[in-house]
Design a protein around this ligand. Structure first.
Ligand code: GLN
Length: 273
């Protein structure tokens, strides 16, 4: 006998919210529809489709990859296993970047290691006068970023390459932003939870977690105009080290900003004029 949604939700080994999201994915319906129709019988094909998603989730696969999307800065972004899953922490980076170019007409912006494109696309949509270039060393990630830019109506420039070793624009940038891999390669979290499924190269630099940040901060002076800003995301215990890097590379006023959890998550500074 066919079961209803209500029976399925009551029986599911998953948290209710996750089971509801998977059902919405299978049925292609809103949350309101799901609640209003929870006594409708489900057919065998729908139940089989749900089971397939439930099995993936029970094996630990992140919800964002199963659903193929995640919300960030108020917009819906497509995500695939080729890119890091957007984190709310990274909204602090967008906020910092937008503040750094506030009041500056037609700013030139460079996003290094764009992944799904959340930072570059968010800045480009909030500042339609900005000229934003997004780079990544992964062609697959760049394809996801391009798909997001297109779907959300953002006009960006894209280039494939490793940090500054890529096609850049002539002239200097007003803002460089980056959320690089910053987890220490020995960090046990890499073997836990969602991180097991994310691209390793987006999470860790394969060294102490500061390698990519060093490269980004060291190269910034060659690509920023005097007074231009650099904003980078980093780990919970890296703020002092990153401020030190900024200071030794010509940024006199490096400061860190906290994320929603109160952790110093972003460091920024302006290149001395
Ligand atoms: N914030 C992520 C985490 O700690 C890491 C992202 C990154 O390395 N850029 O899970």
């Amino acid at each position: 006998m066919a079961h209803t949604l209500r029976e399925h939700l009551a029986d599911s080994p998953l948290p209710r919210l996750e089971a509801q999201l998977l059902w919405r994915q299978v049925l292609g319906v809103s949350r309101a529809w799901l609640i209003a129709h929870d006594t409708d019988p489900l057919d065998a094909a729908q139940e089989a489709a749900y089971r397939a998603l439930e099995t993936r989730r029970l094996a630990g696969e992140p919800m964002a990859y199963i659903l193929g999307r995640r919300e960030f800065w108020g917009r819906d972004f497509r995500v695939t296993p080729d890119v890091l899953i957007p984190r709310p922490d990274t909204e602090a980076l967008v906020e910092c970047g937008l503040q750094a170019i506030a009041g500056l007409p037609s700013p030139r912006v460079l996003d290094l290691g764009t992944g799904s494109g959340i930072v570059a696309v968010s800045i480009a949509l909030d500042r339609p006068d900005a000229r934003v270039r997004a780079t990544d060393c992964s062609p697959a990630a760049l394809a996801v970023a391009e798909m997001n830019a297109r779907a959300l109506g953002a006009t960006l420039l894209f280039s494939l390459g490793n940090w500054y070793d890529t096609q850049l624009d002539s002239g200097r940038y007003d803002l460089i932003v980056s959320n690089p891999p910053y987890i220490d390669s020995q960090d046990l979290h890499l073997a836990q939870g969602d991180l097991r499924f994310e691209p390793r190269g987006a999470l860790t630099d394969g060294a102490d977690g500061l390698d990519a940040l060093r490269c980004i901060v060291r190269g910034a002076a060659d690509h920023l105009r005097p007074g231009g800003a650099l904003c980078v995301e980093h780990g919970w215990d890296q703020a002092a080290a990153v401020r030190g890097l900024f200071q030794s590379e010509g940024f006199s006023d490096a400061a860190s900003q906290r994320d929603l959890a109160g952790i110093e998550r972003v460091t920024w500074g302006r290149l001395a004029a």
